[in-house]
Every structure is written in structure tokens, then in C-alpha cells.
Design a protein around this ligand. Structure first.
Ligand SMILES: Nc1ncnc2c1ncn2[C@@H]1O[C@H](COP(=O)(O)OP(=O)(O)OP(=O)(O)O)[C@@H](O)[C@H]1O
Ligand SMILES: [Mg+2]
Length: 325
């Protein structure tokens, strides 16, 4: 068997040829070296983005050819056994990659949960602590005003009006940051609440159309809220649009949510391949969707507006009136 390690494999031009040749070498000589070769082929298959279905078909064809040439039932049985060993070796890099992805997704989910907790904490801090400070400023101003002549009292009054505006705005921001309506009524009412605020601040008309009802598991609702929040923030910040429409529905057991604006649009490829880009919004959207098994597509071109499409298989997002907390 030692000679197996020294034996040179003919250099087949294609991956398919190399696969057949390595399998037949293992079937003839056995040993570790051809198995090592199988493992390397598995790694190469991943790099070349070969799907498991392609690999299975390739294996089937190679084995079929070998079985056709084999003499006798016992040799054929032997070939089936070695081919299974070879296939297991080819697939082991896929298995490792799959586990790596599962681990990364679990870490991402954990990260999102931590992030949500932090957002909640900041939202409450803005609401309660900033609110308390503003009350103290109001009281201090009232004290100062008491000592002042009438004309200056009116000036303090104007400051108080501004302070009230700041307070209202802070409250609004803290509610949008982590709306209680998201927990109480779900992501669609929460998005309506958010859209109302963005619409007023950015002078945008935002229309929301939905054909679905019912609740989704809490992490999915939170993710969907954050995704729409980023898309609306981008529309308000970059698009110069006058209209945004949010459509939520279900198509072939897939939950679809699109956010479309009639603004300036952008070169998606250029933004995504720009190594120096600073923005985190689109990357964050993609990562949130990875964590819940959804997909993101961005359709935009300069001068043609932007459409963001979020899709989530209903196996994952299965609408239900029961909350999974
Ligand atoms: N609706 C949109 N209309 C026009 N341009 C957009 C739109 N959405 C995104 N872009 C472009 O894509 C870029 C990347 O967006 P992204 O959300 O990743 O980052 P950002 O909004 O610039 O920063 P951040 O989200 O971190 O605050 C933006 O800077 C902008 O040029
Ligand atoms: Mg952004």
C-alpha cells in the first residue's frame, strides 16, 4: 500500500476528471494518501462554490462508471463501501464549514440580543434621566424668572417653550429607539409609529400597506423593526425622496417587506465594494437577516430611487398569535 503515496495521479484537466481519478485510485489502492486527496478536493469544491447537489451528481456518475466496469457482486459491494468512505472525506470540509456558519449565526443572534438590551437601556436613560434633568432645568429657570423684570421673564418663557420642544423630541426618539408598542402590539404598529415620526421630521410621505396580521416570534419582530428603521432612516438621510412606500405581505410562504423611495438612488455595487466606506446600516441589515435566515436585495441606480426587499421564509417567521419569548 505504501506505493499509493508515491503513485502520481494523471493530471485530469477538470474537477470532475480529478474526482473520478482520485476515487478510482482509492478504490484500487486504498490508504491515507487518496483520502487526503479527497479532503483537498472537498476544500477545492467549496472554493469553487460547488453545491452539494453537484457533488452528489458527480459522485453518482463516477461510481456508476466504476460499477459498470467491475467484475462480480463482491467487487461491486467493495466498491460501494470504498466510495462511501471517499464521499465522507470529500464532504467533511462542507460539514466543518456548515458548523462554522451555524456557530457564527448563533454568535450573531447573541450579539443582536445584547445590542437590543443596550438599546433598551439607552432608550430608558434618554426617557427618564434626560427627562429628569429637563425638569430640573425648568425649576431652575422658574426660580431665575421670579427675580426678573417682566420683559426678561418673557425671554425665559421663550426658552421654556424651546425646552418643551426638546423634551418632546427626546421622548419621541426614546420611544422610536425601543417602542413599547413593539412588545405590546407587534412590529407593524411599531413601524407605523416610527414612520409617523420620520415622516414629520424629514417631510416625507410614508405609506404603509400590509396584507398580513398576527404576531411573529419576538426576535423576528425586533429584527424586522430594526431593518425597516434603517431603511427609513436611509431614505430620510440620503434619498431626497418625496414618497416612501412600505409594503408587507406574504408570497409563496415567504414573508416579503419592501421599502421603496422615489429619491436619487445610488450605485449599489460601488457602495458595497468601497473598502473605505464608513456606513454600517446596510451591513447591519444584512447581518440581522443572516441571523434569522432571511435575504436582502437592494435595487437602486442613480436617478432611479431605491427599493429594499426583505424576504423571510415562513418556516422561520411562521406568523402566529402565540409569542415565542
Ligand atoms: N435610500 C437611499 N437613497 C440613496 N442613497 C442611499 C439610500 N440608502 C443607502 N444609500 C447610500 O448607501 C450608503 C450606505 O448606506 P448605509 O446605511 O450602509 O450607511 P450610512 O447611512 O451612510 O451610515 P449609517 O447607516 O452607518 O449611519 C449611504 O451612504 C448612501 O450613499
Ligand atoms: Mg444608514
Amino acid at each position: 500500500m505504501k506505493t499509493a503515496t508515491k503513485r502520481k495521479i494523471r493530471s485530469p484537466a477538470t474537477f470532475e476528471g480529478e474526482y473520478r481519478s482520485a476515487l478510482s485510485e482509492y478504490a484500487q489502492l486504498g490508504g491515507e494518501a487518496p483520502l487526503g486527496h479527497a479532503y483537498e478536493l472537498g476544500r477545492r469544491a467549496i472554493t469553487e462554490k460547488k453545491s452539494l447537489i453537484e457533488l452528489a451528481a458527480l459522485h453518482h456518475q463516477a461510481l456508476h462508471g466504476m460499477l459498470a466496469d467491475a467484475q462480480g457482486a463482491s467487487r461491486r459491494q467493495e466498491l460501494l463501501t470504498v466510495a462511501a468512505e471517499f464521499l465522507a472525506e470529500i464532504l467533511s470540509p462542507y460539514e466543518m464549514a456548515h458548523r462554522g456558519v451555524q456557530d457564527a449565526i448563533a454568535a450573531l443572534r447573541q450579539l443582536n440580543e445584547t445590542l437590543e438590551e443596550e438599546i433598551k437601556r439607552i432608550a430608558f436613560a434618554v426617557h427618564d434621566e434626560a427627562g429628569q434633568l429637563l425638569v430640573a432645568v425648568h425649576l431652575a429657570l422658574a426660580d431665575v424668572a421670579r427675580e426678573l423684570p417682566e420683559r426678561q421673564k418673557a425671554q425665559v418663557g421663550r426658552i421654556e417653550v424651546l425646552l418643551n420642544q426638546v423634551e418632546r423630541q427626546l421622548r419621541r426618539y426614546s420611544h422610536e429607539l425601543r417602542p413599547t408598542v413593539l412588545d405590546d402590539l407587534g412590529w407593524i404598529p411599531a413601524i407605523r409609529f416610527l414612520a409617523e415620526g420620520v415622516s414629520k421630521r424629514a417631510h416625507l410621505t410614508i405609506r404603509i400597506k400590509t396584507t398580513i396580521a398576527g404576531r411573529l416570534p419576538s426576535p423576528i419582530e425586533t429584527a424586522l423593526y430594526r431593518l425597516v428603521q434603517e431603511a427609513l432612516t436611509n431614505a430620510a438621510k440620503h434619498s431626497k425622496a418625496s414618497q416612501v412606500s412600505v409594503r408587507i405581505g406574504r408570497k409563496n410562504r415567504v414573508l416579503c417587506c419592501s421599502i421603496e423611495d422615489d429619491g436619487v438612488g445610488f450605485d449599489v455595487r460601488a457602495v458595497q465594494s468601497d473598502g473605505k466606506r464608513r456606513g454600517l446600516g446596510l451591513i447591519g441589515m444584512q447581518e440581522r437577516l443572516n441571523a434569522i435566515g432571511g435575504t436582502l436585495s437592494i435595487d437602486s441606480e442613480p436617478g432611479r430611487g431605491t427599493k429594499i426587499l426583505i424576504q423571510l421564509p415562513t418556516e422561520v417567521s411562521n406568523a402566529s398569535s402565540h409569542r415565542a419569548r
